[in-house]
Ligand binder design. Structure first.
Ligand SMILES: [Ca+2]
Length: 514
């Protein structure tokens, strides 16, 4: 287990350095069986599955949690027994990425199985999800599933402008238990267990008061290592654990009712932690998410998979598992063959990269301008294309330019952010603050092997030229192949779609199209 003694994770890491050393999972058990026993126990083949009972789906999604912050991924402080239980009873994915590091667009991509550049105004937060875009929940409901959600479903935004009257995550319930108690036993269900944890605000000092030690926090390399950051991360962990306890209650209910065997359980987050250079950025701490999936009937347990996965891949996975056709416009790739393979490590060689995108995150620039960007992340590099590099990536420094009247408004208000803004006289804080708040070039390239924190842009280094060209070409080809207007030179109207978020600056408005 890693012990932190005042050094950052970057300094402690050794290759492959993009995850903590996982704890041994050999001692974990599930339903009284060790993971190894489950892996060798009879797992029913998928052949003829349509004739078998269709699986239930329990999709558990936290709100703003980075991939490293679970017990299974080796974090030495946060305790996530429910996440760890699903991972031990199924598959832990170490390289899962959201489609967009911003609540609404990420959730739209999950529901539709499509990249955000294919979803028109749903590519922006505080927007809508047009009803013409099919969702896996809607398709399952049409096929006889009972669907529901609790807490944060598709959000934030307004349903009505998109022609919807109900949250696309399903009917609303107080809890999974309430939903479960009201359903007929013979009808398959699809439930979205949402949460507003660990979204800010946090209860200041709650982490330390719960007995967690600031000295044990592994501070990400893009944040200043000081007591403010460490305590802010502890407060974040309290909410990660509160979400995990909701998942634990749902798992216990499935187990008690005998429904676990044929339920696909997914535990993940919509994007990364709400800290500077994390949420609302395309770097790993913004875009890389926890992901564990189990399905005792059909998925061999106790595995760790390194395939690159996007959260939009879940929609076609659920449909295929239910024996339903995947619509052609759902361009994401089903994970079912990876899940049922029984293999660990890199299972499908074609899953060697993920694509991430962002348009307008919040109303943080004059006239409603966003920060359009796209990225490709593979095992060795992160390449980012910023289409409007003269704009402020984290929002304007001028509060008057922001709908919510805060400077650098793409970054949620927090003790860490305030500390970084107020202490730029300290050279190390200033260096990291510039990376978080300052402008960025049109092209960014990071070597993950040398620089897992993605702090050193090597785009101009001659020895990086070959990798740069290959990644640029691959990214632009993928965008063009999947119909991204920005890659095709077509009309890209995200700067002009309506903004339905809260306005503190009452005169802040989205510019009309000229
Ligand atoms: Ca979120």
């Amino acid at each position: 287990m890693l012990r932190h003694n005042g050094r950052t994770m970057q300094a402690q890491s050794t290759a492959p350095s993009d995850r903590y050393k996982p704890r041994s999972r050999s001692r974990r058990s599930f339903l009284g069986l060790s993971a190894a026993a489950l892996a060798t126990s009879a797992v029913k083949p998928l052949a003829g599955q349509q004739a078998a009972a269709r699986p239930n789906i329990l999709f558990c999604i936290s709100d703003d949690q980075s991939w490293l912050h679970t017990g299974s991924m080796g974090d030495p402080v946060v305790k996530t027994p429910a996440f760890d239980r699903v991972a031990a009873n199924g598959v832990l994915f170490g390289r899962a990425f959201c489609d967009a590091p911003t609540c609404g667009p990420s959730r739209s991509a999950i529901l539709t199985g499509q990249a955000i550049w294919r979803l028109e105004e749903a590519g922006n937060i505080h927007s809508t999800l047009p009803s013409k875009f099919a969702t896996y929940t809607g398709i399952l409901e049409d096929a006889g599933y009972r669907i529901g959600h609790t807490s944060k479903g598709w959000s934030p935004g307004r349903l009505e402008p998109g022609g919807r009257t109900r949250n696309p995550a399903g009917d609303s319930f107080a809890s999974f238990a309430e939903f479960f108690s009201q359903g007929p036993a013979d009808q398959p269900f699809c439930f979205w267990l949402g949460s507003r944890d660990p979204h800010r605000p946090y209860e200041l000092g709650s982490g330390a008061r719960s007995g967690k030690a600031p000295g044990e926090v592994v501070v990400p390399p893009h944040l200043p290592d000081d007591p403010v950051t460490r305590n802010d991360i502890l407060d974040y962990y309290v909410e990660v654990e509160r979400f995990d306890s909701k998942v634990a209650a749902a798992l216990d209910l499935l187990e008690r009712s005998g429904q676990m065997e044929n339920t696909i359980v997914v535990v993940t987050s919509d994007h990364g932690m709400p800290f500077p250079r994390a949420k609302a950025s395309l770097y790993d701490y913004g875009s890389r998410v926890p992901l564990a999936i189990c399905w005792p009937r059909s998925v061999p347990a106790g595995r760790s998979v390194e395939d690159f996965v996007s959260l939009s891949d879940l929609a076609p996975t659920f449909l295929e598992a239910a024996g339903l056709a995947v619509p052609g416009e759902m361009t994401a790739q089903s994970l079912l063959s990876v899940l049922t393979s029984g293999a660990s490590g890199q299972v499908d060689a074609s899953r060697d990269a993920a694509y991430i995108a962002m348009e307008r995150h919040d109303g943080c620039r004059r006239g409603g301008k966003g920060y359009p960007c796209r990225a490709i992340r593979d095992a060795s590099h992160l390449y980012i294309r910023n289409f409007e590099p003269t704009r402020w990536p984290s929002g304007s420094p001028n509060a008057a330019d922001c709908a919510r009247a805060i400077p650098y408004g793409e970054i949620d208000s927090s003790p860490t952010k305030t500390h970084m803004m107020e202490n730029r006289n300290i050279p190390e804080v200033d260096r990291l603050a510039e990376l978080a708040f300052g402008t960025r070039p049109g092209h960014e390239l990071y070597d993950i092997r040398e620089d897992p924190g993605q702090l050193n842009n090597i785009v101009a280094q001659p020895e990086a030229a070959a990798a740069l060209e290959a990644l640029q070409n691959r990214l632009m080809r993928h965008l063009a192949d999947t119909g991204d207007p920005r890659a095709l030179g077509q009309d890209a109207p995200w700067d002009y779609y309506p903004y339905y978020g809260r306005k503190v600056n009452k005169d802040w408005e989205v510019d009309p199209r000229s």
